[in-house]
Design a protein around this ligand. Sequence first.
Ligand code: GDP
Ligand code: ZN
Length: 377
Amino acid sequence: MHDLTSLHQSSPTTVSNIIGTVVAVQANFYQVCLDQPLIHFDNSPIPYLLCTRRTRLKKIGQQIMVGDRVMVEEPDYQDARGAIAQVLPRKTQLSRPPVANAEQMLLVFALDEPLLEPWQLSRFLVKAESTEIPFLLCLNKADLLTPTQQKTWQERLEKWGYNPLFISVRTFQGLEELKNGLKDKITILAGPSGVGKSSLINSLIPAVEQRVNKVSGKLQKGRHTTRHVELFELPQGGLLADTPGFNKPNLDSSPSQVIHYFPEARQQLGKGNCQFSNCLHRGEPNCIIDENWERYEHYLTFLEEAIAQQEATQQMADQESTVKVKMNASGQEYYEPKLETKKYRRTSRRQKHQNLQDLYDNQSLEELEEFEDDLDF
Ligand code: GDP
Ligand code: ZN
């Protein structure tokens, strides 16, 4: 009976159908962009609510990330505040950057200034492939190259299996096409610094000064001390996640997976089988992968890295698992060899998604929550 009473007390008295998307998170506060603006008594629309999360969600450890679809209760029309009562099921989830429901990535590189470097580009592409989140590849600063130079890159990247979009934030080249690709989707923007990501955001979202995190003084506070992800609303529909702190990505896939991250090699794999089922495609007899493709050298380098990584992981696992401490009848400790060895698990899809976190040097949500000060409105 007691349980029933408390349940009743904590339940909302009216059923909430206020749904929105979390577009910014700072400590304990969530900026929610409502699917349908609320209407204030003076008829002005309220498109955003600054929300806390219900204690119940906190108790069950329910994290809230940008991109989350949430149900809001008890809106305060005067102050545009509310409380998140429920998080709707996520379609995808990345832990670093912490973004829910991301549907694609936008990889941005510059053709020049800084000069496009094939190895660096390849590294990002391979890492992006390993996340299994679809991505668009954009090459910015096309204005710095002649049409012939652009064509050379186009042909080269086609051989890699990609069809990049050549854009220029400066001359607006390709921006309409890019906008179409971003429409109504949650996209994660990524790329090295200096390639024009901020300029691109400013160009895609002319009203960028209306950035959601500026709506509130509370969210603004700490913006420069705490790295966080924020979602920008695109005028034509869709959200763009800006992710500060882009790192050189590392690859932590199993060696046999690496070949699948090269579209030009995947295409060769589709034509049959290598003689050895565990073939790593580096000159084994009757290997189906020929060596005459530009990024073959890249492949070998990534493969070496993955092998080294696997060996290091295996070594650690072996150290952990070959002996275990036991206690004899007189209470003395002794070491007994373990018979079973740890099996190598294939990377799950979820893990792959999480691997994207290596691309970023972002603070985790848990770290952010340390900033919680439990301020009440
Ligand atoms: P971010 O570090 O990726 O955010 O790059 P920024 O947006 O700060 O841009 C870096 C520099 O590139 C700035 O000086 C921009 O003016 C310049 N830039 C951005 N887009 C273009 C472009 O399309 N063409 C040229 N020539 N310069 C650009
Ligand atoms: Zn092979």
